[in-house]
Design a protein around this ligand. Structure first.
Ligand SMILES: O=C(O)CCC(=O)C(=O)O
Ligand SMILES: [Fe+2]
Length: 482
């Protein structure tokens, strides 16, 4: 059993999970090739394929006993995701996907990660560092906060059991990078009409360098949470889960607290960073506590809400009406056995990317069979055609009347490359042709991957691999064509 298998947003897992099976899976991107070339983009109805049972556990639904949202969310209805009126790309009907087999939440009380495997000394080092943080905080996290983080506004601490809102904790450029990253890895989330991008998905992809901004943001949140909550909890905290979440139209979550199931009981503190702005990037999706102050958190890029994961912080997220609400969700634990760093280190060893294998397509299929990458491509205004001869995909930016530009197309190795080019093209503007983007991106990615290998070698601890002021950019930095 791969220890990382007991992972996922639910933090629990299923008996019999194969762990990070996708890292060893042989399934190629674009399975189903060999058929005639066909459109799979806008209006192409997605890639129809019979789906193998996934070896990677789907990120499981967090079982919320007290969540009205779960029962009334209809699952598996084709064409239901989104609802923004944009053109839809549909995949095979739900009965062909079979992808949730064995993926439901299973109580795993007593199941623990084999976190110490090969990492005993590293964990001790971590614990020592956390203990030092705790001592350094002078027993008053809140006090430090007030004088602390330059430019960060703090609210909501008084009498709220440690509940805190940091405004401007993540810089806008980092939020933009993370939103782009969420566009690039839109794997199915642990809740209906959501997408999730866990740090392991990025490290295990063929571009581990893209994990840099995620690790940087993880570090910023981790430090803030440790400063504030370790002292309040009276014990050191470890990061237990780090993932980007994209909430699509129709998604919501009813009243719940974040440690409300057997397999979530290790969770002590929750932190959610908002990466986009309410009423600009999306409508709806306001966060609300049932009691106490602050009662409501209106998402703004860079704002972080953090709170103890117990019942005293029962909360909900109101339905997202339109757009894409992207967050960075992190949970923290006092139980070293659940430390995410050690699970990632177990899986990737000293050098991420060395065990990289394509993430199987099943992980991108929603309950209604929609391939989320195709949906993203469609939303960005691209079509994809799967080629029969020589494999690969043709990525096509359809000219629209407003652009006054010709159709532009390029051949990509797989859907992951299609998405990278599409996202980057969007961020660089339509005057750039796709072939130029492709040329620049491939050298940029080589450099990035070399960079992450270098920083990984410099430190064993994930959260320390980036110097605090090191600029991090995967897509949105000035690239050669600008
Ligand atoms: O995205 C948010 O604002 C909170 C999400 C949440 O409550 C959860 O994932 O448990
Ligand atoms: Fe929650």
């Amino acid at each position: 059993m791969n220890s990382l298998g007991k992972d996922g947003a639910s933090g629990g897992g299923n008996e019999g999970d194969e762990g990070l099976g996708y890292l060893e899976a042989s399934g190629r991107e674009g399975a189903g090739s060999g058929s005639e070339g066909r459109r799979v983009g806008v209006g192409g109805r997605g890639l129809r394929r019979r789906v193998e049972e996934p070896r990677e556990p789907q990120v499981r639904p967090q079982q919320r006993q007290d969540e009205p949202g779960r029962a009334d969310v209809p699952r598996g209805r084709a064409g239901e995701r989104g609802g923004t009126g944009r053109s839809r790309v549909r995949g095979p009907p739900a009965d062909l996907t079979g992808r949730r087999k064995g993926g439901g939440p299973v109580g795993t009380r007593g199941v623990r990660h084999n976190a110490g495997r090969g990492n005993g000394p590293k964990i001790e080092k971590l614990a020592r560092r956390y203990a030092a943080t705790l001592r350094g905080s002078g027993g008053g996290g809140a006090h430090r906060e007030k004088g602390g983080r330059a430019g960060v506004k703090v609210s909501g601490m008084a009498g709220s059991g440690g509940r805190v809102v940091w405004e401007g904790l993540l810089p806008p450029s980092l939020c933009a990078e993370l939103k782009a990253l969420s566009d690039l890895f839109p794997m199915m989330g642990y809740r209906s009409r959501t997408e999730a991008t866990h740090v392991k998905h990025v490290l295990g992809s063929n571009c581990p360098g893209m994990a840099l901004p995620l690790l940087r943001a993880r570090e910023i949140l981790m430090e803030a949470v440790q400063d504030h909550f370790s002292a309040l909890a009276g014990k050191p905290l470890y990061c237990e889960y780090t993932g980007l979440m994209a909430w699509l139209p129709g998604s919501k979550i009813g009243w719940h607290h974040d440690s409300n199931a057997d397999y979530l009981e290790q969770r002590l503190v929750s932190a959610v960073a908002y990466l986009g702005d309410h009423n600009e990037d999306f409508r709806g999706g306001v966060f609300e506590f049932r009691n106490g102050e602050p009662r409501e958190v209106v998402p703004r890029a860079g704002t972080v809400v953090a709170y103890f994961a117990g019942q005293e912080n029962t909360h909900r997220v109101r339905q997202v009406e339109s757009g894409r609400r992207v967050t960075l969700a992190m949970w923290f634990t006092a139980d070293a056995a659940w430390c995410e760093d050690s699970r990632l280190l177990d899986t990737f060893g000293e050098l991420p990317g060395q065990r990289a294998a394509p993430i199987p397509s099943e992980m991108f299929l929603a309950e209604d069979g929609v391939d989320s990458r195709l949906e993203r491509l469609s939303a960005l205004g691209f079509e994809v055609e799967e080629r029969s001869a020589g494999g690969g995909h043709v990525l096509r930016l359809a000219a629209s009347a407003e652009d006054g530009l010709d159709d532009d197309e390029v051949v990509c190795a797989d859907l992951a490359e299609c998405l990278r080019l599409a996202v980057l093209h969007r961020s660089s503007g339509r005057s750039v042709d796709l072939a130029q983007v492709q040329r620049c991106l491939s050298s940029h990615l080589r450099n990035l991957d070399a960079e992450i290998l270098a920083v990984w070698e410099r430190s064993l601890r994930l959260g320390q691999i980036l110097a605090p002021d090191e600029p991090v950019s995967i897509l949105l930095s000035p690239l050669p064509w600008r």
